[in-house]
Design a protein around this ligand. Sequence first.
Ligand code: F6P
Length: 326
Amino acid sequence: MGTIKCIGILTSGGDAPGMNAAIRAVTRCAIYNGLQVKGIYRGYKGLLTGEIKEFKSQNVSNIIQQGGTILKTARCKEFTTPEGRQIAYDNMKKEGIDALVVIGGDGSLTGARIFAQEFDVPCIGLPGTIDNDLYGTDTTIGYDTALNTILDAVDKIRDTATSHERLFFVEVMGRDAGFLALNGAIAAGAEAAIIPEISTEVDQLEELIKNGFRKSKNSSIVLVAESPITGGAMHYAERVKNEYPDYDVRVTILGHLQRGGSPTAHDRILASRLGAAAIDAIMEGQRNVMIGIDHDQVVYVPFTKAIKKDKPINRELVNVLKELSI
Ligand code: F6P
């Protein structure tokens, strides 16, 4: 590996609030340290099509408060093939890019891991996903903002749920992880969360009924993590209709609104710290690592560890929710 003079930066996979703050931090810290920066548009796709532009400090002005990603994002099928990655590498060399910073979730970091292995390219990942499902970092960029969006929505649903004395199943995102559902339920004062992590251990609907989830109230809100493992909110609503017809059930699927909005202070600070740390890591000669924040310390997590899909939920939180929902 020669001296690194130019950094390429891209966002890939599902967008997450705070990605812009990360782009800004990477760009400005790189320039501060005498490096050139190139923005790559539409994720890995931009590497294949050559949609690449030099970034100066002004290119990232006034974006820290914006949701989404100014670099756009995409899920790129071609990059999953060796031929596609060869084109990406050739374009990268043509552009004089020596190292890549990839902001995204597990699919994006998997792409970076393979690319860095195949070619002699230093790749650094930043955890950018509302799902919070990357191992080795306390939270991911966008997770806190999505949680707050969920709270806002559930607070509103509560008004109508209480007025009509209804049971609401509110489906939240998370892919196969229950962080948004569990922590969203605690923060929103919901009666329960149905999450994939414990779906195979207990029948969570039976648990709810058994615990008398309407003991002290006439309305209830249950957050359900979207996932083939839980079956989603519609599945539970159907079950209640069939098994407990006395309940007046409704479903709200929050969907992509959870991915939008101005990032919270937490996500802006997280993204700024991670972006700065990415440049430090490159200058230290690191490669093939995701930058995380663990117990308030910057950590380097090997890609293979970060994307193993076994970030555990905190069981203590499951009990807290149970105790608080009496
Ligand atoms: O990974 C982020 C995420 O929002 C997941 O929570 C969700 O399952 C998925 O992306 C939705 O993807 P798409 O935007 O392609 O529908």
